[in-house]
Each structure stands twice: as C-alpha cells, then as structure tokens.
Design a protein around this ligand. Structure first.
Ligand code: ADP
Length: 413
C-alpha cells in the first residue's frame, strides 16, 4: 500500500474530503479513537452509545425529566435528539456527557458502562450552544487548549490543530483572535476544539442557535458532511425538526421525557408512531382531523376513507385522520371535507391553501399553544391552478398517504 495513503488514513483526518468511513477502513483499522487522529491508549474501536432505561429525576421534581430512555446509537451514526423545549433533550445529552446524574438505568459507550464515570473519563467532546472562545487567545490556542491542559506535547498539539483547521477551512485564521472572526468561523473553531481531542463520541447541544438563519442552513450542511467524513458517532440536540430531518441518520423524538419514536427521517415522516410525532415532523405540519367511527366506517367530510375493519375494531369511537399538505386531493365537486379558503400563499411552482372547515364543530388537532387560534387546514396545490380566497373547496386524503390514529391513545392504527 502507498505509504502516504497509509499514514493519512491511519493517522490523519487529512484524508478528507474523500476519507473512507471507519467501516470501509476496517482492514487497516487499528483501534483509533474514530477521528483518524492518533490512537489513544485504551480506546475501544467501536463507539456505539446505548441509553439503557436511563432516567433522570431532578431533586424536588415529582416526575422524571428523562424517563427510561432506550436508544442504541450505532458506531459512526449521527443521531439527533429533537423535541419541544423542556422535553428532556439536554438532560439526556448531559447524562451521556457525565454532567448529570443518572438516577436509574445505565449508559454505555462501546462495551464500557460509563454511567458512573466522570466526564473526563468518558472520551466524549461536547460542543455547546454558548461555545465561548477565550478572547485573548488565538484560534490555534483556543483549539489546542484542552490538549495543553491534558499535557499533550507541543508539536503534537500543533499537528492536530493544523489538521483540524484544514478540514474546517480555518488554516488562514489560526493566528487570529476570535473577535476578528465571523460568527460562522467562530462556530467552526468551537467544532475544532472538539475535533482535536479525537473523542469516541461528539455531543452537540444546539450548536447553531447563535447563528443567523442563512448561516445556520450553511453550517448545518457543513457539520453533517464533516461528521460523515470523520465517521465519529455523534449525538446532536436541537428543537428544530428541519435541522433534525436534514442532519440525522436517525432522529429520536422526545416529549415530556419520554421517547416517542426513534427512526430515520423518512420513516418518521412516512409512518409516524403517534399523533404527536405526526404533528411535530414536517413543515407545514400534517393536518389532523378528528372523525367519528360509524357503523359504515369513517368519512372525511362526505368522502369515505378506507380503513381496515380489524384496525378500526381496535380504535375507540373517534379516530384522527392525518394527511400531509402535499397528500390532499382538492376538488370543487362536493366530495370530501368542505372548507372555506382563507389565504393562498403562492410560492411559484406550488401554492399553499390555508382554509377553515365550514362546519364549526370540526376542529383541527395540534393547534398552536394558543388554543383560541383555530388551526387552518393546509393543502399544497399546483401554483398555476389555485382556488380564490373566500371560495369553497372540498378536500380528502389520498388513500395511500393517509394516517389514522386512535383519538384516545394517540397511537397509530
Ligand atoms: P430540553 O433540553 O428538551 O429543552 P431539558 O432537558 O433542559 O429540556 O429539561 C427537561 C425538564 O427538566 C424540564 O422540565 C426542565 O424544567 C427540567 N429541568 C432541567 N434542569 C433542571 C434542574 N437543574 N432542576 C430541576 N429541573 C430541571
């Protein structure tokens, strides 16, 4: 084998941008810590992460903030923890980092039970929302600081910092102070601080929230592709479902400390486990309409929808029919749920129709926190053929993309 290639793949993140993943590297792979940076003593090759019924009850609280969390993260996987504010995302991440006590259950990294290990012994590196850089230090010193504290020798620090700077496009800025950097560059320095430590696992807690909207979009792509190049197992926290959908290999969605579903973005979108997942994933959100179960089945307005008898038998007296805006049939021939068009949002190729059921008894589920605001029904239509505001339309779900949930339990049926 070419000696240069060998050196690079075994020891250098320099192998980017076409670095093989760790698994592809397997024949050569000699137990490095996962970043292709020099091997640390005692590191295990497999950096899986396992939350094993991990539970956290804060002192003084009655209910757990994280309740028997079970997630298996694969080696090299990018897992996103997502959910509304207060659902327990940060607590879960902090339990994995060792910053929060685990009251019940266990946490594993590879085959090590790390539940009671101190943060420094876990071989994880964390990137926080407030990644305060030391203002009086250069970029290079900021990036190498943790290694300096750990007593790594100077030439080794320099080498790792330069490698990380190269993949983060920071080589020209190494001697600058943080105040002379843009927001995006500072964010990359924060990433660099984690990368130079060559951890088994990256932990990121809303690392993009200090960036403006445009930069967030750019940076999320960069982080996702960087993670794939480095192949380091990553657990990433965000409240933003778009970030979760675009970045994660899999998404774990939490609500009130309880895991609702852990699946690929596609599965979460196409087969949400319950009403909460259905309403949280997707933008604009899925339309969720309660309809009674009658002897002759279920109707969406005047349109009969086809649900297996066996499934219906398991449901209560009411089910919630869910349909995404792009999966709605819109007609004017009185077939379906009658709506009055409030607004049409033209986007060029498509348009979104926002409409309200004419029958006031029909309310859409999953409205905003302010319950007084009735939630509109949203349908995506061809931009060249849009209904007029104030007109009446009829909608029903395309059968193959319809979702049905039990009203009582919220579970998919
Ligand atoms: P998220 O990151 O999803 O916004 P957190 O993990 O920060 O949520 O918090 C989960 C729940 O735990 C919230 O209800 C929050 O109020 C509670 N909580 C967080 N930290 C503490 C603490 N130090 N003491 C008591 N309760 C806390």
């Amino acid at each position: 084998m070419d000696a240069r290639y060998r050196r690079r793949t075994r020891h250098g993140i320099l192998a980017a941008p076409l670095a093989p993943t760790r698994r592809e590297l397997h024949p050569l792979y000699d137990g490095s810590s996962g970043t292709f940076l020099p091997v640390k003593e005692g590191n295990d090759a497999m950096a899986t992460v396992k939350f094993d019924k991990a539970t956290r009850i804060y002192p003084g609280n009655d209910t757990p903030s994280v309740d028997r969390l079970d997630i298996d993260v694969e080696d090299g996987e990018f897992l996103v923890l997502v959910g509304p504010s207060g659902c327990g995302k940060s607590t879960s991440l902090r339990m994995l980092a060792g910053l929060e006590e685990v009251n019940d259950g266990k946490i594993w990294i590879g085959d090590r039970d790390v539940t009671d290990l101190s943060p420094k012994d876990r071989d994880v590196a964390m990137v926080f929302q407030n990644y305060a850089l030391y203002p009086h230090m250069t970029v290079a010193d900021n990036m190498g600081f943790a290694l300096k504290i750990a007593g790594v020798d100077k030439s080794e620090i320099r080498k790792r910092v330069e490698e990380a700077a190269q993949i983060l496009d920071l080589t020209d800025y190494l001697e600058r102070k943080p105040k002379a950097l843009s927001g995006g560059q500072r964010q990359r320095v924060a990433m660099g601080r984690a990368i130079v430590r060559s951890p088994q696992v990256f932990l990121m807690d809303e690392p993009l929230s200090n960036l403006d909207a445009k930069l967030r979009v750019q940076t999320r792509t960069q982080i996702a592709s960087l993670q794939r190049r480095l192949g380091v197992t990553t657990v990433y926290v965000t409240h933003d479902q778009i970030e979760a959908m675009t970045m994660g290999d899999r998404i774990a969605l939490l609500k009130d400390g309880i895991l609702q579903q852990c699946a690929t973005p596609r599965e979460m979108y196409d087969r949400p486990n319950n009403v909460f997942v259905a309403g949280f994933i997707g933008s604009p959100a899925m339309n969720l309409v309660s309809v009674p179960v009658e002897t002759d089945g279920v109707k969406f307005g005047s349109h009969p929808v086809d649900i297996e008898r066996d499934s219906l038998a398991k449901a209560g007296s009411t089910v919630i029919v869910g349909v995404r805006p792009e999966d709605v049939e819109v007609t004017t021939n009185q077939d379906g749920l009658e709506l009055q068009v409030d607004v049409v949002e033209e986007l060029g190729a498509d348009a979104y129709v926002y409409a309200t059921p004419t029958d006031e008894r029909i309310q859409l589920e999953g409205g905003s926190a302010d319950e007084s605001l009735a939630k509109p029904f949203i349908a995506r239509v061809d931009g060249r053929n849009v209904p007029k505001a104030g007109s009446t339309i009829y909608v029903y779900p395309k059968q193959e993309h319809m979702h049905v949930f039990d009203k009582e339990s919220g579970a998919r049926i």
